[in-house]
Design a protein around this ligand. Structure first.
Ligand SMILES: O=C(O)CCC(=O)C(=O)O
Ligand SMILES: [Fe+2]
Length: 518
């Protein structure tokens, strides 16, 4: 349909990524299935190896009791020759061949349609997780042990899980003590028998480094010393580390360590800088950027009938979030019944959109990812009251308004910084998107705010509320301060409905001006 085509030209409407958490879950299940078969195959091999070893050990120990038998017995002679010509050969093949090509091929075929997540994707999710930790004021231990109110999942974090979180923080000077908290959690789980040796060395290295960076130099040196002594295999790394830490402790320049180390040993990979395009949006989401109290003091909360007979009996409760551009939230605008029927009418159809792709289509090409969207043709009696009230809310004419769009976000879902107004408005028959009405259809447990990154305003989702703002100035030009995005959902899900009003036909409702600054 026309609306959908236009929608795809909207900057930022292209989803930041196309794989959803459900795809990853599917990939995880496939990998687990693969592992299950691999375990069966390797167990078969192991059984053969154990049998082989035991069988010939028994023979050899029998021969030990009777040393002359071997040299005098033609049967023994045959057995050992056969063993060399056939059995050992077979046994070595089994031990050395770790390939499972048939299974690999099957697995690769199934997993082909998915994208393997990047480091950058993990970084993003770790940031969400840490934001969740901060907002819920949880210790790393409580999170790692899944011991907090509302925790649903029984599995605790492994040592390397905690380490992976810390790894994102180690080189960030402002967050090294948080890194240390997570590294200590990783170390507390260090002796569990479910991590590789290689991993453990990385953990110890990071722990010593971070202890030193956070001023626990003495502890760090003890740590490195202790570790150097017990790990000769990869000791050279830790010897260097130890030297480095000692140099720091003694306030010596670290350079003199460089002479006797090879560069490979000491190179520490610096993480990529966060994506600059979204950094301020992220700050608003995290509550690091806020409106000054002097501005908040100017904002009002009022009951209003908005010049509409529809609201005479039940006035609207308007809370101003910003004055110019005007951003307001109206609490309890929708009834529970309206919310339910909006979600109900979208629910099945959103799933349809996914299935309709057909078996030959790659899942990747779908647009219904980060958040799933769907335009609702709401012209049914069921939505009449809802639509009328929505139109009256903005005071704008609805002739050129788009159908209501339903969006759904999983935990981790977000929407990149963008403008609702199109950049190429001359192509739009109905004019640009003058105003947006956004309904929150559920309470999001943590996160999921709509953040205006130029305004330092973040509207929190609350079931039944309507958020209203103008994207255009009176001149019809895009108000560059209307840029916004959806903060990641940190816990829970998020349902919203959006209605966009267009510029054409609003001459009487919102007189225009030739002054492009108005
Ligand atoms: O999900 C939100 O809070 C914002 C959604 C949005 O900006 C949009 O759909 O254009
Ligand atoms: Fe938007």
């Amino acid at each position: 349909s026309e609306v959908k085509d236009v929608d795809e030209t909207l900057p930022g409407k292209k989803k930041a990524r196309e794989m959803s958490i459900r795809d990853y879950q599917q990939m995880d299940l496939l990998a687990l299935e693969y592992l299950g078969y691999a375990v069966q195959i390797f167990e078969g091999k192991l059984k053969f190896m154990k049998f082989f070893r035991k069988h010939y050990l028994v023979e050899e120990s029998a021969l030990k009791l009777d040393p002359y038998r071997f040299t005098s017995d033609v049967i023994q002679h045959f057995k050992i020759m056969k063993r060399f010509v056939h059995d050992w050969d077979e046994m070595f093949k089994v031990v050395k061949d770790n390939q499972i090509p048939d299974l690999d091929k099957q697995y690769e075929k199934k997993v082909k349609k998915y994208d393997w997540p990047s480091d950058e994707r993990l970084r993003e999710v770790v940031e969400n997780y840490l934001d969740f930790q901060k907002k819920k004021k949880l210790s790393a231990k409580a999170l790692a042990d899944q011991k907090f109110a509302g925790a649903k999942h029984e599995t605790k974090l492994r040592s390397s899980d905690c380490h992976a979180i810390a790894a994102h923080l180690i080189y960030d000077p402002k967050r090294q003590s948080l890194a240390l908290e997570w590294l200590k959690e990783a170390y507390a789980r260090f002796h569990e028998k479910n991590e590789t040796e290689r991993y453990k060395q990385d953990l110890l290295l990071d722990l010593a480094f971070t202890l030193s960076e956070t001023g626990h130099t003495k502890e760090a040196v003890d740590f490195a010393e202790n570790f150097t002594r017990t790990n000769l295999k990869n000791g050279y790394i830790y010897v260097d580390m130890h030297k480095y830490l000692k140099a720091r402790l003694e306030n010596r320049p670290v350079q003199d360590l460089k002479e006797n180390t090879t560069p490979e040993d000491t190179t520490l990979d610096l993480p990529l800088l966060p994506d600059l395009r979204h950094w301020h949006l992220a700050d608003v989401c995290k509550g690091n950027a806020r409106l000054p109290p002097s501005y908040v003091a100017k904002l009002k909360c009022r009951y209003t009938i908005n010049d509409s007979p529809l609201f005479v009996l039940s006035p609207l409760r308007e809370e101003e979030l910003y004055l110019d551009p005007k951003v307001s939230i109206y609490r309890n605008f929708l009834t529970d019944g309206e919310v339910d029927s909006l979600i109900d009418s979208a629910y099945g159809r959103m799933n349809d959109a996914k299935i309709r792709q057909g078996p030959s289509e790659s899942n990747r090409s779908t647009d219904y990812r980060q958040s799933k969207v769907f335009f609702l043709d709401g012209r049914t009696p069921k939505f009449e009251r809802f639509l009328k009230r929505t139109d009256a809310l903005t005071g704008l004419g609805n002739e050129t308004a788009e159908h209501v769009q339903l969006s759904y976000y999983d935990a981790g879902g977000w929407y990149t910084s963008h403008y609702d107004a199109f950049p190429n408005d001359f192509e739009l028959r109905n004019g640009n998107r003058i105003a947006t009405v956004l309904f929150y259809l559920n309470d999001v447990k943590v996160g999921g705010e709509t953040a205006f990154y130029h305004l330092n305003v973040a509207a929190e989702p609350e079931k039944g509320s309507a958020l209203v703002w103008f994207n255009l100035k009176r001149s019809g030009l895009t108000n560059m301060l209307s840029g916004h995005g959806a903060c990641p959902v940190l816990y829970g899900h998020k349902w919203i409905a959006t209605r966009w009003f267009h510029h054409r036909g609003q001459m009487l409702k919102r007189p225009c001006t030739l002054n492009k600054y108005e």
